[in-house]
Write a protein that binds this ligand. Structure first.
Ligand SMILES: Nc1ncnc2c1ncn2[C@@H]1O[C@H](COP(=O)(O)OP(=O)(O)OP(=O)(O)O)[C@@H](O)[C@H]1O
Ligand SMILES: [Mg+2]
Length: 511
């Protein structure tokens, strides 16, 4: 574990880091920051939720002078919500130094963005489509850019942004410092790295398994028709603080969020067909806890950092192991524990095993929660809520009537009736979701993973390679993590010609 003081950062940057509550650098930060401060190109890989954003943002801010009045750094992200989230982290890290940054993403009023660009930000954080728009309008010029970061680079490729990224980078001077980050490094990333990075350092902090260590992973075998009931029981049984439920398609997300609402859960959906305003509203509500359940397509799988997400449920099995790792990585972040459940239909079991092999993690089989367990879970939650009120002395005004009632009725009967009221009976609404096709084992390009063999140790197999020292991937024991607030939003960009052929929520290109 390293202290941020050891990097030779200036006091204003250190102050910002301290204010964010970061006490020690995470392993990826400890490895990356010194190299990046030397200006070396690098490929950074570390588990989800281990602080890759600050790993590139701190050196970025270190290198920029507040007096500069041109765009000198460019960060590209696959989605809008992620661009906003990364911009917020950069803004916080740079605020004492007076660094100006700006998120640029589709779905937001371009005129507003042009106005904001006139304030001369030094760092632009954007999604490729909208960035190109501005470049074509000449409202963004890249001739002074010295540093480029590609966050979730493999996802941008997968979404069909390769051409856009190429066009954008062709306008950035060759004498630049380029960094590329993700929790997973599928083979196609190598092509990108070869093309755009100069003799990159590979900085990977991956212990035995690629998924974050603090996530408890389980699966339940269910038939397609049982999934919704299983989900409701699971939510009742587990009583998540905040949960993200991943569905395969936009239709699925719409139907599922509506069905959950009908059953009385506070849930809303997020996918690429919603307007940016709707997306922002849903994310804000999820972040401030006015909804407990976010139902989303893979648009929310990457990078999203919402504190308090205790559970992730794969309502539909994801196509790719990478997607699985990123989805479940929305919980178990910043040293906290998390729980991930995956529903698997009988025909998909082989695909689940494939995911297990690639991620090198056994996913424990669990039985479908019983009705009794679900009811018990709900009752436990009600009891916890009651006790919390008692502990906070929060029911003073009810005491008079309580005394009166106790004079007439038995205390156990009274309390049981009160608990029944609070718990609420499951609403008898029958729900029918349009079934999704089972995931079929697809043909992967011939790389080591498709056969389930052990990796050869070259960069191609980096997804499952790593340091192998074990234990070094997360935050390490004993350090205290603070949680941040900030919004997180991501953007579905476009998805075309994706090499994995995964049919996921075909995001609309609406930049
Ligand atoms: N040194 C630190 N100490 C405590 N918390 C930290 C530290 N660095 C980052 N964090 C917090 O950890 C959380 C996860 O960080 P971040 O989003 O950068 O993870 P990531 O590695 O990019 O994950 P993903 O692969 O999902 O994108 C954030 O809330 C961040 O503010
Ligand atoms: Mg990230």
């Amino acid at each position: 574990m390293k202290n941020f003081q050891e990097f030779g950062l200036e006091p204003k940057v250190l102050k910002a880091i301290t204010e964010m509550g970061f006490e020690e650098a995470t392993p990826i930060q400890a490895k990356t920051i010194p190299l990046a401060m030397q200006g070396l190109d690098l490929i950074g890989q570390a588990q989800t939720g281990t602080g890759k954003t600050a790993a590139f943002s701190v050196p970025l801010i270190h290198k920029i002078q507040p007096s500069e009045d041109k765009i000198v750094a460019l960060v590209m992200c696959p989605t809008r919500e992620l661009a906003i989230q990364v911009a917020e982290e950069i803004e916080k890290l740079g605020r004492f130094k007076g660094i100006r940054s700006l998120p640029i993403y589709g779905g937001q009023d371009i005129v507003k963005q042009i106005r904001a660009l006139k304030k001369r930000p030094q760092i632009i954080i954007g999604t490729p489509g909208r960035l190109l728009d501005h470049i074509n309008r000449k409202t963004i010029k890249l001739e002074d850019v010295r540093t480029v970061v590609l966050d979730e680079a493999d996802e941008m490729l997968d979404m069909g942004f390769m051409d856009d990224i190429q066009s954008i980078l062709s306008l950035v001077p060759d004498e630049r410092h380029t960094m590329l980050f993700s929790a997973t490094m599928p083979p196609n990333i190598q092509k990108l790295a070869q093309q755009f990075l100069n003799n990159p350092q590979h900085v990977s902090v991956i212990p035995k398994q690629v998924s974050a260590p603090l996530i408890q992973q389980s699966y339940i075998e269910v038939h397609e028709k049982q999934k919704f009931e299983a989900l409701c029981r699971l939510i009742d049984m587990e009583a998540p603080d905040l949960a993200i439920i991943f569905g395969r398609t936009k239709r699925r997300v719409d139907e599922l969020s509506e069905a959950l609402q009908k059953r009385g859960y506070s849930a809303e959906g997020l996918h690429g067909d919603l307007s940016q305003n709707q997306r922002d509203t849903v994310m804000r509500k999820f972040r401030d806890g006015s909804i407990d359940v976010l139902v989303a397509t893979d648009v929310a799988a990457r990078g999203l950092d919402v504190s308090g997400v205790s559970h992730v449920v794969n309502f539909d099995l994801p196509q790719d192991p990478e997607s699985y790792v990123h989805r479940i990585g929305r919980t178990g972040r910043a040293g906290k524990e998390g729980t991930a459940w995956t529903f698997v239909t009988p025909r998909e079991i082989d695909h689940l095993h494939f995911i297990e092999r690639v991620t090198r993690h056994r996913i424990a089989r669990k039985p479908l929660p019983s009705l009794a367990e679900a009811i018990e879970g709900k009752q436990r939650l009600t009891a916890e809520r009651l006790i919390e009120i008692i502990n906070n002395d929060g029911a003073q005004q009810y005491k008079g009537v309580a005394i009166q009632l106790l004079e007439q009725y038995d205390s156990v009967n009274l309390l049981a009736a009160a608990m029944k009221l609070i718990t609420g009976e499951a609403r008898e609404v029958s729900i029918e979701l349009t079934p999704e096709e089972p995931i079929r084992a697809k043909k992967r390009r011939p790389d080591v993973r498709s056969s389930g063999r052990r990796p050869s140790g070259n960069f191609k197999s980096n997804f499952r390679r790593g340091d192998r020292q074990g234990g070094g991937g997360g935050y390490g024991g004993g350090s205290r993590y603070s949680r941040r607030d900030g919004d997180n939003r991501r953007d579905g960009g476009s998805r075309s010609g994706n090499s994995y052929g995964r049919d996921r929520d075909s995001y609309t290109r609406n930049h």
